[in-house]
Write a protein that binds this ligand. Sequence first.
Ligand code: SF4
Length: 500
Amino acid sequence: MDGAIAPASEPGCHGGRQTMLAAADAAGKGAVMAQLAADYPRGPHDQPQSMCPAFGALRVGLRMRRVQTILSGSACCVYGLTFTSHFYGARRTVGYVPFNSESLVRGQLFEDIRAAVHDVARPEELDAVVVINLCVPTASGVPLDLLPKQINGVRVIGIDVPGFGVPTHAEAKDVLSGAMLRAARAEAMAGPVARPRALAELPTVALIGELFPADPPGVAAMLAPMGLAVAPPVPCREWRDLYAALDSVVAAATHPFYTATIREFVAAGRAVVGSAPVGVEGTADWLDAVGAAANISAARIDAAKARALPAIEAARQACPVTARITISGYEGSELLVARALVEAGAEVPYVGTACPRTDWSEADQAWLAARGTHVQFRAALEQDVAAMREVRPDLAIGTTPLVQSAKEMGIPAIYFTNMVSARPLFGAPGMGALGGIVAAQTSGKARFAQMREFFADVGTGPTAGYGWTDIPSDPPGLRERNRRARETRARAAANQAMGS
Ligand code: SF4
């Protein structure tokens, strides 16, 4: 590795995407950024609106057995990422290779990363080491592709997950999953690989996307009459699961934004189906699609439907939903939740997802559009809030800032991630869980009105606060002084730029 590294001049998620992209390009990361742009097309907003995207990749690494994950990035980013990891119960050590301007510019950071990888790559403890380049090392061209591919049998997976190239943390999960599947596929093509822990006797279906733990067994029960089983879901929980997932006959893109992951399944010759077994109609369609992709006879597909659908229908009738609901999120399962709720009887005029439109979300989008639902892909927070204001739903399911806005308006609201993603979604359990959530939340509507009344006098936005008898006003002349200071700074910056 030669020591010349171009330092990113304006680092960070607020540093200007174009500047960072130009720096990454100049530092030799043009091909990486082009692939990220192709896999994860951008939307109306050009910076992450949720947590740091790299969290998705970090989480995937931390959830795998015998895998050590190491971050390479600014200390403030790493602080936030480790904090969030432990908040979500990682219970694993996050590795970190620190740097300063000098070690970055002189190329020492790469050498430090290489030394760290050699240090931790003990085959008796690890199957793989994952190194994640955050924004500054990516923009500065730290060449993780020059790391050894393996050390004493421990694989080394280096990935770039910059906030200026990967729009959501959901898609960052795909970056790492795709990179691991690529490595595992190459190993499987080169010769014998480790036997999966629980090798299925039947042909399998690989479920793509992070799922509630009860969902895969539920899907397995649905598939059994077709003579199919489920493979370990991707993202996997240990390295040998990657081989088992690749060994499936069908890859089910239940989370449709896993572009790099799906590319590996396609390269392995697997059929891919979209959507998921949600609701009666959704489950029937999905079983048809999976059965056809796996060359199962019509009689066996019908047998699977005959077993699964009556229970879902019974759950639907037991938990009917009559509310008007808006749905917003960044998990990638928003359309599936909407489908289930519409089948349960809800009016769902708007679904916003931070994830992009892909071939594998087409069927759900078309199904929802035919029932009057507007689906906004790559939705910005502003679009989600505007939709909620216009629709005035009985319940808003959404992200933290959306729920905050809903509460200010006295609209019952719940967090998508904490409430919906933390429950089953597929089959009869999913139908029952969603119905239960809506019933519990909409019945508390009066509480939200009371809460709004209670806080009515505390002001909003910059004037919010306790203990005031009046709405506080700005000190005289403050805004004018700030405006003049900003103009002076802008003039000085312009003069400096002209002089250099
Ligand atoms: S790594 Fe994450 S937190 Fe750090 S600058 Fe990039 S997007 Fe922001």
